[in-house]
Ligand binder design. Structure first.
Ligand code: BES
Ligand code: MN
Ligand code: ZN
Length: 516
């Protein structure tokens, strides 16, 4: 998406849609004092025949967060061509956060797309307490995320889609530091486009994106950004002893794949292993022989949202040229019931040598991750490792769409992740892993069983995974609740959220700075 940054505020605007942030500060007496227009807008309004003043005089619009008012300047007034003006409420200007800025821009591009408008201009809110560069980044992110649609299967789309994503200009008042604002916006576009690619992957139906399809997409992203990509499948998986991954995939005609993406961006002489990101890539989860109920089963096409986040994060790391060595590892398989499927009661000898009794074929994510984590640890000896997985319905119940469940074996790493989540508004909720959780996963006949009681389902799954990471500093993120949404917000639509990409990029960046 094309986003440019200009100085000169609204006086520089020429657009099909100009979006203006309008605040409403509370007064000392606690009453709402609003709506308040940003500097320079009153002047513009006079040139446009007073359409804004007239709109505000109606009393319909107070400038509350997410409130909207659309206005049409009379066509003959003003020298500048401004087709429509959207007043967008931002509430108390002193309480603005980066996420409210992101939401503001998402609402702007969403509106432009809905109305099929080609040229969009957004006046940047003057947010006290937020750095202008950070604001430019949040605006660009929100704009790219808010313009997202998953419409590739709409037949008339090529005609109806045009003009598609609007060309967007961000208008800032001041001209100092313009190059910094541009740099920040450009990087944010890369990051948000990577997140949209993750959304595309997660939204893709199971028939369109079986494990080999996911591998093909990973290769394409690698080719476009200069990542190294290697795919292990078939006999090579057998030779590599990926028996757990193979077991889960054995019920499907679409064979499993282990996908490795690598960004070798570390400066020469930097010490230690890479940062490893491991993703659950179940391209469709029917539950297998322990089949799921049919209601909502179709949503399980996104059971590869962990994998999608890994692809997105690696793409961003490469495109941003981050000076870090990052390896993404994806365990891709389709979980299907059939005459060749793995069964409840089976015992699998996983790659690590640990045996797993299958008590429920629907607890397949942890089984494929067992092999992927073991491979990551032994092949790459990572400094730190994060896995992302739509692992448990229990995480959805516990945290809803509002937070990702985070756990692991290293408090410092968990704190880094929590912080990266705060910074990017991809919130993390850190929960403990107790010895009792592991005990719940013990089997009478094997080293572990793959499903325990319903109680503490998020943590027992985490405790299972911990058995495969050895001493590697590791965190597990259960994105079952955050990877998919039915709630529309200014920058989310129904469907995949691409959660994890922003947070992971921020985390890798923080790591780079730590080492610098
Ligand atoms: N993919 C599901 C978890 C899931 C549920 C993700 C809802 C997103 C939304 C996972 O493979 C699964 O089926 N987990 C089981 C585990 C149980 C059998 C121990 C679950 O949570 O019910
Ligand atoms: Mn399952
Ligand atoms: Zn699953």
């Amino acid at each position: 998406m094309k986003i440019s940054v200009k100085s000169g505020g609204v006086s520089a605007a020429s657009a099909d849609l100009l979006v203006i942030p309008v605040s409403s500060e509370p007064t000392k007496t606690g009453r709402e004092a609003g709506p308040r227009l940003p500097q320079g807008v009153a002047g513009l309004d006079r040139g446009l025949g007073g359409v804004i003043a007239q709109g505000l005089a109606s009393g319909d619009f107070q400038g509350r967060p997410d409130q909207r008012m659309l206005l049409y300047p009379a066509s003959k007034t003003g020298q500048k061509s401004i087709g429509r003006i959207l007043l967008l409420g931002i509430g108390d200007r002193n309480a603005l956060t980066l996420d409210s800025v992101r939401r503001f821009a998402g609402a702007a591009t969403g509106e432009a797309r809905e109305r099929k408008l080609r040229r969009l201009a957004i006046l940047a809110p003057r947010a006290r307490g937020l750095r202008a560069e950070a604001c430019a980044g949040a605006l660009a992110e929100g704009a790219v995320l808010g313009a997202y649609r998953y419409d590739r299967f709409k037949s008339q789309s090529s005609a109806a889609r045009s003009p598609g994503v609007p060309t967007t200009t961000l208008l800032f008042d001041r001209s100092e530091g313009l190059s910094d604002l541009r740099k920040s916006a450009k990087e944010a576009v890369i990051c948000a486009e990577s997140q949209n690619i993750a959304r595309d992957l997660s939204n893709a139906p199971g028939n369109e994106l079986p494990p080999a399809g996911l591998a093909r997409e990973a290769r394409r992203v690698a080719r476009e950004t200069g990542l190294h990509c290697r795919v292990i499948r078939g006999a090579e998986l057998e030779r590599g002893k990926f028996s757990a991954l193979l077991a889960v995939g054995s019920g499907s005609v679409n064979p499993p794949q282990l996908i490795v993406l690598e960004h070798r961006g570390a400066r020469k002489g930097s010490s230690g292993g890479p940062l490893c990101l491991v993703g659950k890539g179940i391209t469709f989860d029917s539950g297998g022989i322990s089949i799921k109920p049919s209601a909502g089963m179709g949503d399980m096409k996104h059971d590869m949202s962990g994998a999608a986040a890994v692809v997105g994060a690696l793409r961003a790391a490469a495109a941003l040229n981050l000076p870090a060595h990052v390896v993404g590892i994806i365990a891709a398989a389709e979980n299907m019931p059939s005459g060749t499927a793995y069964r409840p009661g089976d015992v699998i000898r996983s790659r690590s040598g640990k045996t797993i009794e299958v008590t429920n074929t629907d607890a397949e994510g942890r089984v494929v991750l067992a092999d992927a984590l073991d491979y990551a640890v032994k092949q790459y000896k990572p400094k730190a490792m994060i896995d992302l997985a739509t692992l448990t319905g229990a995480a959805m119940i516990a945290f809803g769409p509002w937070a990702t469940g985070a756990m692991g074996n290293d408090d410092a790493l968990l704190e880094e992740i929590r912080q990266a989540g705060e910074e990017t508004s991809e919130r993390m909720c850190v929960i403990p892993l107790l010895p009792e959780h592991l005990k719940e996963m013990s089997s009478p006949i094997a080293d572990l069983k793959n499903s325990g009681a319903r109680e503490g389902g998020v943590s027992t799954a985490g405790a299972f995974l911990q058995e495969f990471v050895g001493g590697t500093p590791w965190a597990h993120l259960d994105i079952a609740g955050t990877g998919w949404t039915n709630r529309r917000t200014p920058y989310h639509r129904q469907g995949a959220t691409g959660v994890g990409v922003r947070m992971l990029v921020a985390w890798v960046r923080a790591r780079v700075q730590q080492n610098a």
